[in-house]
Design a binder for this molecule. Structure first.
Ligand SMILES: *Cc1c(COP(=O)(O)O)cnc(C)c1O
Length: 374
């Protein structure tokens, strides 16, 4: 770490640029402190009304198609992968793997003894791919936004898949920051600690009628599959329909999520958040493209994420020193994902991040670079 002190007038108003957990709006946090719900039963009307409102607001944000259901449960997106192996994948899944998170789901499927080894299509870090269409694959999996590398991929049902094959899209870092047509996916799932500026511990999914039917069949016990309650999507769906969760949820997480949804919808909904993340990320990419010492990590502009931006610095720059200097000045979590090279920086520009703060951050990076590049 250097002992450089960035002049206060250059600093962003909020220094949180992580890729999750990420910036929580102070108003939302104040709402948690003021909430009469904390410390009360999740089986009683007040908390159930909160869950009902979250479901309604998510459906509104995404113009949810008829027949789809918002389902939620405890455990985050990581638990949803295991749940999908139990409740959604029948025999064989086809995955696209282009970073740490997409790879983790493929690995989870490869470990389930009742499934065939998954088909895995890989792309090198910094680019993306879609899962290969394979006869016999009954589920297709990829991420709308691969958070480890900053690669965004479209949500589009692949052509030519078997009848009834399910499309499972990890939208953990995309949801609430990048739009999607829900009709293109059977389960578009996420945790709320990214664009939704909540805390971790919960998974939510928009589920199509086909996904709900598949789950009802697989969890009925007809093929002897072990179905733990926590990985049973049908049980989660019946609890969600009653505005509850199977077991106790973190109430603060629900309150923060609801506050963020209210903020998003009050400001214009999906159009508002996507314009904001496009503005913020555009500032980072334009800056990097014009920079003497930096360039965007993702080569194809069409695959550059509007919510998680990744930058590579050239040899002249000691990127870890840059990140630690920023950290010492209150600019947090811009270090690259642990599996990527240390010559990088990853800047989360989720919906809550103010585009003006992004410009200030870039100004701070330049200010430090002027002093550490020799
Ligand atoms: C953060 C993230 C996850 C993991 O979410 P958890 O809530 O920690 O389980 C999974 N997938 C993607 C794309 C993510 O960004």
């Amino acid at each position: 770490m250097s002992d450089l002190v960035i002049p206060a007038e250059l600093l962003p108003a909020d220094g949180r640029f992580g890729s999750g957990p990420a910036k929580v709006r102070p108003d939302a946090l104040a709402a948690v402190a003021a909430s009469p719900l904390i410390g009360t039963s999740h089986r009683k009307p007040a908390v159930r009304n909160l869950v009902a409102r979250i479901k309604e607001r998510l459906a509104e944000l995404y113009s949810m198609p008829d027949g789809y259901q918002v389902v939620l449960g405890n455990g985050g997106a990581t638990s949803f992968w295991d749940l999908a192996c139990v409740s959604l994948i029948e025999r064989c899944s086809s995955h696209a793997s282009y970073g740490s998170f997409t790879k983790k789901f493929a690995t989870a499927a490869s470990r389930a003894p009742w499934l065939k080894p998954p088909v895995v299509t890989e792309a090198p870090f910094g680019s993306g791919c879609l899962p290969a269409v394979e006869a016999g694959a009954d589920a297709y999996a990829w991420a709308q936004n691969e958070t480890s590398t900053g690669v965004a991929m479209p949500v589009e049902r692949p052509a030519g898949v078997d009848d009834g094959a399910l499309v499972l899209v990890d939208a953990t870092s995309a949801a609430g920051g990048i739009d999607a047509d829900l009709a293109q996916a059977d389960a578009l799932y996420f945790s709320p600690q990214k664009n939704f500026s909540s805390d971790g511990g919960l998974w939510l999914s928009f589920c199509s009628p086909a996904a709900l039917e598949r789950s009802a069949r697989l969890t009925s016990g007809h093929d002897g599959r072990w179905v733990p309650d926590t990985l049973n999507l049908t049980l989660a769906a019946s609890n969600s329909a009653k505005d509850q969760t199977l077991n106790t949820p973190a109430l603060a997480t629900l309150i923060l999520l609801d506050e963020q949804l209210g903020w998003m919808l009050d400001n214009g909904g999906m159009g508002f958040v996507t314009a904001r993340t496009a503005d913020s990320s555009g500032r980072v990419y334009e800056w990097a493209e014009a920079h003497q010492y930096a360039h965007p990590f993702v080569a194809d502009p069409a695959q550059r994420s509007p919510v998680v931006t990744t930058i590579v610095f050239d040899e002249a720059v000691d990127a870890p020193l840059l990140c630690s200097t920023l950290r010492a000045n209150g600019i947090l979590d811009v270090e690259p994902y642990r599996a990527l090279g240390t010559d990088q920086m990853r800047i989360g520009v989720f919906a809550s991040v103010d585009p003006e703060d992004v410009s200030r951050l870039l100004g701070c990076i330049d200010w430090v670079l002027e002093r550490i590049v020799v």
